[in-house]
Design a protein around this ligand. Structure first.
Ligand SMILES: *Cc1c(COP(=O)(O)O)cnc(C)c1O
Length: 513
């Protein structure tokens, strides 16, 4: 390892200043590196012996050359400039960001779990297999389903898997259906997945209560409909009260019901998609079950299905080995586990077995809470959202003012009309108050939408502080202080041009050979 850079630019930079952090390229010094390999004493081959001339670079790649010391300082400084779930409330509606118990990280970091190669034979990985089977069973119990795949790496990957299952099932009935129904309040991944799955999207509008318009739904249902994708509570945070009627109508034309369970903290332990009549459910373990999302980190989007779809699940699946095999395989009388490919499997949807450590964290989370604890998660998530709804009514518009589930959609439409305050300004100004911004301008059907999901992990004191900050922002606008228009001023990066980065692409270096 090379020595720390003496008095380098990085080491003299202030710890938590608002000055721009230099890029690694600016910190770069020719010849400096973070590692050195010892010489092997073996004969060396030159590049010219291995790679034909037309494929060789003529100049070295312009990569940053920094010491390990400067590299760590650079990323540590950047990490201190982030807002994170560990730092404060993160009321990001629809895409649950909440505090995750550290004990789940400790479990996922156990060397017995991290040190296993996914290709190791079942005989050497009985512990991992037991864990995966236990998680599948727990998720089936939570969703009211018969079997699940743990392979999909995210919510959208789960959606595509679910749609492929839908297609395989219809084909097994000798049918090729072309259309999938989605309500207009749906998350953007739903129509994208439907299209990727080879189906046509049919949109049904919401009624004035924010629920699926039943008359419109009946109007588009026919035997060309493969199924409907719903989330309940829907993306307005409202429970679809007609769900039983919806399920009956869709099943009547031979369609399947897909449940987008990305944000399960609304219903955990209270009601199950399977009992509502759904056939396919995906869950975002990286929202509800102890893995934070965002930043592109690993996720997991298991898909659980009703009995008639189990044979189509992706494989191989971790399974409990039954009967004689169990007796023969285990000297200790304990259970044995193995892999099995379902008879009509749609095939693999992920290399190996999915993002396994996210799965381990989820099982730890379920185990730590237990059934009653999971129910309390949902009850508190819903209570917190409703507390905010009532506390902020009259300050912001509440477009659908009836009990919500785990999130509440507010709107700055009136504030904009009267005082020019936009949802975007509210979000930026909130950063100065020490809170992450809520989701804004989504769902698309609400003007100047502010979608607030306080989550179950925040205390009444934090909720009051958040409500107080939102109230202050509205009062400033009414007084015409203009405070929100220049926000955020106290963050390392101020108001950015929303579109410039996408329109003016600046290559960081020339990567041509
Ligand atoms: C987050 C989310 C998704 C997509 O999940 P990804 O893991 O980001 O692919 C789908 N539906 C809803 C309702 C979501 O909130």
């Amino acid at each position: 390892m090379s020595a720390p850079a003496p008095g380098g630019r990085a080491s003299s930079a202030p710890l938590l200043g608002h000055e721009a952090e230099p890029t690694l390229f600016e910190l770069s010094s020719p010849g400096r590196s973070s590692w050195q390999l010892p010489t092997t004493g073996l004969p060396e081959w030159g590049l010219e012996d291995l790679v034909p001339a037309p494929h060789r670079r003529t100049a070295p790649l312009p990569l940053a050359e920094v010491s390990e010391r400067d590299l760590v300082a650079h990323f540590t400084r950047l990490s201190h400039r982030q807002f994170s779930v560990d730092l404060g409330a993160y009321p990001l509606g629809s895409c649950t960001m909440k505090y995750n118990p550290k004990v789940c990280d400790s479990v996922a970091a156990l060397p017995g779990l991290t040190g296993v190669h996914p290709g190791a034979p079942a005989s050497l990985t009985q512990g991992w297999l037991a864990l995966l089977v236990a998680l599948e069973e727990a998720l089936c119990e939570i969703t009211g389903m018969a079997g699940a795949t743990l392979q999909p790496a995210a919510g959208a990957a789960g959606e595509l898997t679910g749609l492929l299952l839908m297609r395989a099932w219809h084909e097994a009935q000798g049918e090729r259906r072309r259309r999938v129904i989605i309500p207009d309040s749906a998350h953007g991944t739903n129509p994208a997945s439907v299209t990727l799955g080879g189906y046509e999207v049919v949109t049904v509008p919401s009624d004035d209560r924010g629920c699926v318009d039943m008359a419109a739904l009946r109007g588009v249902l026919d035997r060309d409909v493969a199924g409907i994708m719903l989330t309940n509570p829907n993306t307005l945070g409202l429970f679809e009260e007609d769900i039983a009627a919806i399920a009956e109508a869709v099943h009547e034309v031979g369609g399947l019901l897909y449940y987008d369970g990305a944000n399960l903290n609304a219903i955990l332990g209270v009601v199950r998609p399977g009992d509502m009549g759904f056939d396919i459910v995906h869950l975002n373990l990286h929202k509800t079950f102890a893995t934070p999302h965002g930043g592109g980190g690993p996720g997991a989007g298991p898909v659980a299905v009703s009995l008639k779809l189990v044979d189509f699940l992706p494989g191989p699946r971790p399974v409990r080995l039954g009967g004689e095999i169990a007796a023969a395989g285990s000297g200790d009388g304990g259970e044995r586990f193995g892999w099995s490919v379902p008879p009509r499997s749609i095939g693999r949807v992920h290399g190996w077995h999915g993002n396994a450590l996210v799965l381990a964290r989820a099982l730890a989370y379920i185990g730590v809470h237990g059934g009653d604890g999971l129910r309390r998660v949902a009850e508190r998530a819903v209570l917190n959202a409703n507390w905010l709804r009532v506390r902020l009514a009259g300050v912001y518009d509440v477009p659908f003012d009836r009990p919500c589930m785990h999130e509440v959609v507010l709107s700055a439409a009136t504030l904009r009309k009267r005082h020019g305050l936009r949802a975007l300004d509210v979000a930026k100004r909130l950063l100065e108050e020490g809170f992450h911004a809520p989701t804004i301008y989504f769902p698309l059907i609400v003007e100047e939408a502010l979608m607030v999901e306080p989550t179950e992990t925040e205390s009444p004191q934090t909720l009051e502080a958040l409500a107080g900050a939102l109230e202050r922002i509205a009062t400033e606008a009414a007084r015409g202080t203009g405070a929100a228009s220049g926000a955020p001023r106290s963050t390392p990066v101020g108001r950015v041009d929303e579109a410039r980065a996408a329109r003016t692409l600046v290559p960081t270096f020339d990567a041509r050979p």
